[in-house]
Ligand binder design. Structure first.
Ligand code: ATP
Length: 134
């Protein structure tokens, strides 16, 4: 069936770099799958789980927080603000981030940036979901 190259990169690291049979990305308008020979595409991504299948048939999951996906000539490049493989997610840290954000939202002090706290809560909840898939 062939493969395509998947690169998942953040400002500080390369999280995935390898051949995959297919990948499914969390696009802002819904999930989309990318197979070999896909047409060129540029899409904004939302915070969510990206999954892909290796040539050995193994499914892998990656947390990504926002960013862009670019498909060109059988190369899928995902530029994310942050990303971690499911097995690298520190669930205790995500739980602590969730509790911190929930407390900020509940306290709703005047100086609280609720939008920011909600975004942090959303990242923590999605990290916990993706970590379950490892
Ligand atoms: P926190 O408040 O725990 O820092 P955050 O959502 O604000 O969470 P980000 O800004 O998304 O964190 O990421 C900052 C860096 O920390 C990135 O390199 C990201 O991969 C890493 N990171 C954040 N949370 C986790 C986690 N639970 N497990 C592993 N790495 C994490």
């Amino acid at each position: 069936m062939g493969t395509l190259q998947l690169e998942v990169v953040t400002p500080d690291k390369t999280v995935v770099s390898g051949e995959v049979e297919m990948a499914v990305c969390p696009g802002i308008e819904g999930e989309f799958g990318v197979l070999p020979k896909h047409v060129s595409l540029l899409s904004a991504l939302k915070t969510g789980g990206l999954r892909y299948k290796t040539p050995g048939g193994k499914e892998e999951y990656v947390f990504i927080s926002g960013g862009f996906a670019d498909v060109n000539n059988d190369v899928l490049t995902v530029l994310a603000e942050s990303a971690e493989l499911a097995q690298d997610i520190d669930t205790a840290r995500a739980m602590a981030a969730k509790e911190r954000a929930e407390k900020r939202i509940a306290d709703h002090a005047e100086q609280t940036d609720v939008t920011r706290a909600e975004a942090a809560l959303h990242r923590a909840l999605i990290r916990l979901q993706v970590a379950q898939l490892r």
